[in-house]
Design a protein around this ligand. Structure first.
Ligand code: SAM
Length: 419
């Protein structure tokens, strides 16, 4: 069955998602970037693979059909002719989410009600409430999207259920955890070569390090979770088992070098270790409690193929009272002190703070995170520009930064830290 698909992602990640879809379904796959995601066609196997393998997507939707209408009676009648039975199990509850723009029919509640009536008529069952209470959540609820634009309503069904960034491993989080899809996007744009070292000196619950390990080991991000399509007529258990077996067979063995996350918060380190265990990458990563200045003492030798990635505190939730500028300057000084400069990728809410690192960084994408606009700033350092900052970020531990820098110089650093 040829299906028309829309894969949704966080705003700003569409181009990266297009590349990822082509890595999953083949480099010549026709896949068009649109606002909020990509559009393509595919069969049921493609729906399963996209759900299992995409790390940057938030959901995979199948288009059921389009209805042009300017009156509710015509809308309900035409909608009831769509083949809902191919996508919705009559025994299951579902939720209708309606949006409307530039259309005569603008009352989203009334649109959702008509869709619920049309589905019930088509499936020969009682119409459920158009929007069941949030508390009445199913294991993998079906969501029907009704999107009116210029008097044409596109109806599609979500095949993912819980958003795809919920891989199932992050049951424990530290303060201000980064969404898994954004973590993966930051690792991707860092230019890191999987197989080389990667470090995150502000790792929190370990999301960046764990996502990097999953990427390097070619472990499908959705392999341990359920999807809404598993409760729909689209589901073919034998095909799904076959796809899962193929994905498991292509996973690489343990990484040659452990990826390292450090954080000064012991609770965060505990959470990161538990999350890595659940993600199946505990042997590929190493988490340790350390202030930013002490972090280099935990790093393996970094090369030009390595990466330093970090989700910097945005100042809203994590770092009230902490001088954020000094933290960024300290990070820049640590990188500048290294004998070989790794690639750097930082997620920041304020680009000016990223420039305070003194590193050569440029914007790679910007998106939304927890209602904030955030920027991925990336760069590959060639020259020493970072200012030397003494101990403004984490007090006594700053001495260790000087020790780290001295160690780095002892290893034959050229162009070490600071002016
Ligand atoms: C935005 S959070 C990182 C969240 C992480 N990416 C995740 O997904 O959980 C920033 C982290 O930086 C840590 N941090 C802030 N200042 C630090 C310092 N000077 N040294 C070490 N860690 C620090 C905080 O404890 C916090 O966990």
């Amino acid at each position: 069955m040829r299906l028309s698909l829309f894969v949704a992602c966080a705003p700003g990640l569409e181009g990266l998602l297009q590349g990822e879809v082509r890595r999953v379904l083949g480099p010549r796959k026709k896949c068009e970037v649109v606002a909020g995601g990509v559009e393509l066609t595919g069969d049921v196997a493609a729906v399963m693979r996209l759900n299992l393998e995409l790390a940057l997507a938030s959901s995979v939707r199948v288009r059921i059909g389009e209805v042009k209408a300017k009156r509710f009676d015509a809308f309900a009648r035409k909608t009831s002719r769509l083949p809902f039975e191919r996508f919705i199990d009559p025994e299951r509850e579902y939720e209708v989410r309606a949006t409307t723009r530039h259309s005569r029919l603008y009352h989203t509640g009334a649109i959702a009600e008509r869709v619920a009536w049309a589905v019930a008529t088509r499936l020969g069952r009682q119409a459920p409430p158009a929007n069941p209470e949030a508390g009445a959540e199913q294991a993998s609820p079906s969501v029907l999207h009704a999107r009116f634009v210029d008097d044409v309503c596109t109806l599609s069904v979500d095949t993912s259920g819980a958003p795809l960034h919920r891989r199932g491993y992050r049951l424990e989080s530290a303060r201000a955890p980064l969404r898994e899809d954004l973590a993966r996007a930051l690792v991707e744009v860092s230019g890191w070569s999987p197989g080389a070292a990667l470090v995150d000196p502000l790792c929190g619950a370990g999301t960046l390090v764990i996502e990097a390990a999953l990427l390097a080991r070619r472990l499908a991000p959705g392999r341990s979770r359920r999807f809404a399509f598993m409760d729909s007529p689209l589901f073919d258990p034998a095909l799904f088992a076959e796809i899962q077996a193929k994905l498991a067979a292509r996973a690489s063995p343990c990484l040659p070098v452990r990826l390292v996350g450090t954080d000064r918060d012991p609770g965060a380190i505990e959470a990161a270790r538990a999350n890595a265990e659940r993600a199946g990458v505990a042997d590929d990563v190493c988490f340790a409690e350390a202030s930013l200045s002490d972090a280099p003492s935990h790093w393996p030798a970094l090369t030009r193929e390595s990466a330093l990635v970090a989700n910097m505190p945005f100042g809203q939730r994590v770092s009230r009272g902490q001088p954020l500028g000094a933290l960024h300057q300290r990070l820049g000084a640590l990188v500048a002190a290294l004998p070989e400069r790794p690639r750097v990728a930082l997620l920041v809410a304020d680009r000016k703070l990223a420039y305070l690192t003194g590193l050569d960084l440029h914007p790679a994408f910007h998106t939304k995170h927890g209602g904030l606009s955030v920027h991925a700033m990336v760069g590959h350092q060639t020259k020493a520009r970072a200012p030397s900052v003494r101990g403004q970020d984490d007090g006594p531990s700053s001495e260790a930064a000087e020790a780290g820098a001295a160690r780095a110089e002892g290893q034959g650093a050229s162009g070490g830290g600071g002016p």
